[in-house]
Write a protein that binds this ligand. Structure first.
Ligand SMILES: NC(=O)c1ccc[n+]([C@@H]2O[C@H](COP(=O)([O-])OP(=O)(O)OC[C@H]3O[C@@H](n4cnc5c(N)ncnc54)[C@H](OP(=O)(O)O)[C@@H]3O)[C@@H](O)[C@H]2O)c1
Length: 266
C-alpha cells in the first residue's frame, strides 16, 4: 500500500501532538516545517524527519495540516497558495478560521477540512470535532478520521457548531483547571497540606471522569450514587446549588462561544 505524505506546518504544542500521533502510522509518512529553526531541528531529530522548507513540504505532501496560530494563518496561506492544488487536502486546526475563508486563498477546488482539537491531544486523550469544506469529499473525511484518531476521539459536526465546540472542548480544559485550582485551595483550607491537597483533588477529578466513562453513566446518576441522604456530599452540593453553579456554567460557555463567533473569519 502506498503511504500518504502528511506535511505539518507549525510544530508547536498541537503540531507536535499530531506529529507524535501519526509518525509511526503505517499509512502515512510525515514531514514538518516550523519557522523557528531550533524547533524544526529538534522535531526533525526527535521524529527522524527530513528538514524541509515550506515549499518542499507542500510539494511532497498529499495532506497539509496547518497548526499555526490563527494570526499566522493569512501569511502561511498566502505563502502556500500557489503550490496547493486539488490533489492536496488542506486541514486547518486554527481556532475560528472557517473553511470558506481558507478555500478563497486557492485557485481550483481544493478540499479543506477544519478540525478543532483540544489539549487532551497532547497525551492521546483528546476530543476533536471536524467539518468539511465545499470541496472536501467523504474520502477527505475518512482521512481526517484516521489522522486525528491517533490523538483521541473525533466527531464530524456541521460548521455552524464549531463555535460551540471551541467553547466546550477547546476552552473546557481551562474551565476545568480553574475549577480544580479552587478545589485545591478549598482542600488546603479544610486542613490538607499543599502536596496532598493537589494530589487528592486531581486524582478525584481523573477517577470521576474514568468512572463515568467506564460505567457509561450520566453525571446526574453519579451524583445520585455518591450523595446519600443527610451525608457529607449532600451538604456540599447544597452550597453549589444555592450559588447557582449551573447558571454560571451556562454563562461561561455562552461567553466563550460568543467570543469564538466574534473572532472568527469565515
Ligand atoms: N493548544 C491548544 O489547546 C489548541 C486547541 C485547539 C486548537 N488549537 C489551534 O492550534 C494552533 C496551534 O496552537 P499551538 O498551541 O500548537 O501554538 P504554538 O505552540 O504557538 O505553535 C505554533 C508554531 O508554529 C510556528 N509558526 C508560526 N508561523 C509559522 C509559519 N509561517 N510557518 C511555520 N511555522 C510557523 C510558531 O513559531 P513562533 O512561535 O515563532 O510563532 C510555533 O512554533 C492554533 O491555531 C490554535 O488555534 C490549539
Amino acid at each position: 500500500m502506498k503511504r500518504i505524505g502528511v506535511g505539518i506546518v507549525g510544530l508547536g504544542n498541537m503540531g507536535e501532538a499530531i506529529l507524535r500521533g501519526i509518525y509511526r502510522h503505517d499509512r502515512f509518512t510525515v514531514a514538518g516545517h516550523d519557522v523557528q529553526a531550533a524547533r524544526q531541528r529538534l522535531m526533525a531529530r526527535r521524529y527522524r524527519m527530513a528538514r524541509l522548507s515550506l515549499a518542499e513540504l507542500v510539494e511532497r505532501s498529499a495532506v497539509v495540516v496547518l497548526c499555526v496560530k490563527p494570526q499566522e494563518m493569512d501569511g502561511v496561506l498566502t505563502e502556500i497558495a500557489a503550490r496547493v492544488q486539488s490533489r492536496h487536502t488542506v486541514i486547518s486546526i486554527a481556532a475560528g478560521i472557517g473553511t470558506g475563508y481558507i478555500e478563497k486563498f486557492f485557485s481550483g477546488n481544493v478540499p479543506v477540512v477544519r478540525v478543532m482539537p483540544n489539549m487532551g491531544a497532547l497525551i492521546g486523550e483528546g476530543i476533536s470535532a471536524f467539518c468539511r469544506g465545499r470541496y472536501a469529499t467523504a474520502q477527505a473525511g475518512r482521512l481526517t478520521r484516521i489522522l486525528f484518531g491517533t490523538v483521541g476521539a473525533l466527531f464530524e459536526v456541521p460548521e455552524k457548531q464549531m463555535d460551540a465546540v471551541t467553547a466546550v472542548s477547546g476552552s473546557g480544559p481551562g474551565f476545568i483547571a480553574f475549577f480544580l485550582a479552587a478545589f485545591v485551595k478549598a482542600a488546603r483550607r479544610a486542613g490538607l497540606p499543599a502536596d496532598l491537597a493537589a494530589l487528592f483533588c486531581r486524582q478525584t477529578l481523573c477517577g470521576t471522569a474514568g468512572v463515568l466513562a467506564r460505567l457509561r453513566i450520566a453525571p446526574e446518576e453519579l451524583v445520585r450514587r455518591v450523595a446519600s441522604k443527610g451525608g457529607t456530599t449532600e451538604a456540599g452540593l447544597a452550597v453549589l446549588q444555592a450559588a447557582g453553579l449551573e447558571r454560571m456554567m451556562v454563562k461561561t460557555v455562552q461567553a466563550a462561544a460568543a467570543r469564538a463567533r466574534r473572532l472568527s473569519k469565515r
